[in-house]
Design a binder for this molecule. Structure first.
Ligand code: PMP
Length: 636
């Protein structure tokens, strides 16, 4: 196991020599840059004003002690006077006799940079440098050490960590503290015997004075040992609670931990800036610089997104009909481009009618939730797209997930659910992460034999599968599913989703499909460009043939490099397995000039990460050959 070192990152900020802010973290080495950035940000945004000096020190913490956080109790009071009286009472209960005098001494600690160290019985001052005081440093909460996201100040958690360290210092019998943050009036007294006693008001709001007193009992010769522990001993505090009085910060704790886990697992995602239209090449951000790379990650398979006929139609429609539709299709959102596109899609797919949605995602959710509800059963292929999975979940129906492409299992499970009200079977036509095709004739036979609705998502089939790109029905020469779902956002180079089938089903969807009823209709520019793209596809079926030829060529090139891959569509998956390796391979490919997606959990199963290549009709053979060679170099 490789050793991950820990570092103590300390920040002190001042203005004209006056302390402004100070904080520290103990984190593993991978998180040091982020801890530095977070502490710098904290120094620069302190309520006390902008510092003119920020000192950030990063050092190895040396041997570390792990301590259990003091138990926390809260004392609700309404005024500062009441709070101070409560503090004195608690100290007295902890066996510190001269509590009132200590509370009076407390005012003197305001001007000190560190804490006052006082003999609990004689009240003699013990700190060697009275101006500086004693500083308790080198400590952090255990979960901050693994938590990759650093937020703003969390007074409470930080205070518990500090109080725990102080209470465990040799000779310390108590501590009193009020923050110097003008907006933070809560203070505490603490000791091993009483735990951490929060007192909700210890000073007036807006008061910039704060300080702390450590109470010592023991021989003078051991004072040095106590100070050494406070100032030099690195401490990790386990079980420090989150702030009870800062709800925002508590909420973010869980978020930060989850984000950290995502990152550690190699599953973190972020957006990459694209500075050109997508085409077979595009200008993208590579390590901070804009570079032209070969794009093997776009679903714009037929290179229609930037076709002048398609973009021209969008521009003309914007001028004629406006940028947005202004309402749902059932209110103001049905304009001539919507009706024209629905007619054209229905004709292209050989169906009676079609219905548009704002996205393909919404089309799947809308169809599944309309067809199936409570008491019904949806049968879903285990590799179906997330939008189908979400539709199943939202429907409230029972969901049966069958093994990928296993029509025998589907038939068995359908037969076993015969008593149910409605049975709906839904499958990707082209599976989006493997690029394989549903066996539509068998699928339809099984559905019909069991009197189940059949729904097929042709998001990656339209414009790709079948001689003229009409999809699986054309490819197999078989009958139609009850509902075919599709999107304009892939081979049609635009955006928007659709479903088509018999008029009665489409009419039902117009009435029952919530994403259709309750979401604004896609705008005329998207709709008109989708129609223009469909017109180009109908007029230029050679694009589909060119795409198929490119896929075959690319698979041949990969095979020539001994890279295993297969595809029945435009999607070619090269399985890598490990998530981090897949990401590294995609990064290496990008540096070589090829934009390829690393697909990881949860899009695919854990340990089934892959490079997903999307081939376009417009890629040149040279680009594809070079990409295959680069994948062989970087991906395996
Ligand atoms: N179905 C499948 C199989 C898909 O891959 C996608 C897009 N990733 C969708 C549906 C959703 O389509 P859209 O991007 O138009 O929302």
């Amino acid at each position: 196991m490789s050793e991950v070192r820990e570092f103590c990152v300390k920040m002190r900020a001042s203005r004209c020599g006056e302390h402004v802010s100070g904080a520290e973290r103990i984190v593993d080495e991978r998180l040091v840059p982020r801890a530095v950035a977070a502490l710098a940000e904290r120094a620069l945004s302190h309520e006390k004003g902008s510092p003119d000096f920020i000192n950030i020190k990063v050092e190895e913490p040396g041997e570390m002690v792990r301590l259990k956080a003091l138990a926390v109790a809260t004392n609700e009071v309404s005024t500062a006077v009441e709070g101070r009286a409560r503090a004195a009472q608690l100290l007295a209960e902890a066996g510190v006799g001269r509590a009132n005098e200590i509370m009076a001494l407390f005012r003197e600690s305001y001007s000190m940079r560190g804490a006052m160290l006082v003999d609990a019985d004689t009240l003699e001052r013990l700190e060697p440098d009275r101006e500086r005081g004693v500083r308790a440093t080198r400590m952090d909460a255990a979960d901050t050490a693994v938590c990759g996201v650093f937020r703003g100040k969390n007074h409470f958690a930080e205070a518990v960590v500090l109080a725990t360290k102080v209470a465990n210092a040799p000779g310390i019998v108590g501590e009193v503290c009020v923050s110097d943050d003008p907006g933070y009036v809560t203070g505490y007294v603490a000791a091993k015997s009483m735990g951490y006693q929060r007192i909700t008001v210890m000073k007036e709001s807006g008061d910039p004075c704060g300080g702390r007193i450590f109470l010592y009992r023991g021989p003078r010769e051991d004072v040095e040992k106590c100070i050494r522990f406070l100032e030099r001993q690195s401490v990790i505090v386990e079980g420090a609670p989150s702030a009870p009085n800062a709800p925002g910060e508590v909420r973010l704790d869980g978020i930060a931990r989850e984000l950290d886990a995502i990152e550690q697992a190699g599953l973190s995602r972020s957006c990459r800036a694209l500075r050109s239209p997508t085409g077979p090449t595009a200008r993208v951000d590579v390590d901070g610089a804009m570079r032209d790379v070969v794009v093997l990650a776009s679903n714009d398979y037929l290179d229609l997104a930037r076709d002048p006929r398609v973009t021209g139609a969008a521009a003309a429609a914007a001028h004629a009909w406006g940028a947005g539709s202004g309402g749902s299709r059932l209110t103001t959102g049905t304009q001539p481009p919507h009706e024209a596109l629905e007619r054209r899609i229905a004709a292209f797919k050989g169906e009676e009618a079609a219905i548009l949605y704002a996205t393909g995602y919404m089309a799947n959710v809308g169809v599944v939730t309309a067809l199936a509800g409570k008491g019904d059963v949806v049968f879903s292929d285990e590799l179906n797209h997330a939008s189908i999975i979400d539709g199943c979940r939202l429907s409230g129906a029972d969901v049966v997930v069958y093994r990928h492409g296993d029509m025998d299992e589907l038939a068995r499970r359908l037969a076993a659910a015969r008593a149910c009200r409605r049975r709906v079977v839904v499958s990707d036509g082209v599976f989006s992460m493997d690029g394989d095709i549903l066996d539509l004739p068998r699928f339809l036979a099984v559905c019909r034999a069991n009197d189940a609705f059949s729904v097929v998502d042709e998001a990656h089939a339209t414009g790709v599968v079948g001689r003229t790109g009409r999809g699986l029905v054309e490819h197999f020469g078989c009958g139609h599913p009850d509902v075919t779902v599709g999107t304009l956002s892939k081979a049609l180079g635009s955006e928007g989703g659709f479903a088509c089938g018999a008029e009665i089903i489409v009419k039902y969807l117009r009435n029952r499909s919530r994403p259709f009823v309750f979401s604004t209709a896609p705008g005329a520019p998207a709709v008109a460009s989708g129609e223009a793209a469909l017109a180009v596809l109908e007029a230029e079926p050679w694009r589909v043939a060119a795409l198929r030829e490119n896929v075959a060529f690319f698979l041949g090139e990969l095979a020539g490099h001994d890279v295993a891959a297969r595809s029945e569509s435009a999607i070619v998956s090269v399985i890598v397995g490990d998530e981090r390796r897949a990401v590294k391979a995609a990064e290496a490919l990008l540096r070589e000039g090829f934009l390829v997606s690393a697909i990881r959990y949860p899009t695919v199963a854990r340990g089934a990460a892959r490079l997903r290549v999307a081939v376009m009709s417009a890629h040149t053979k040279e680009q594809l050959a070079a990409a295959a060679a680069a994948i062989a170099r970087c991906g395996m």
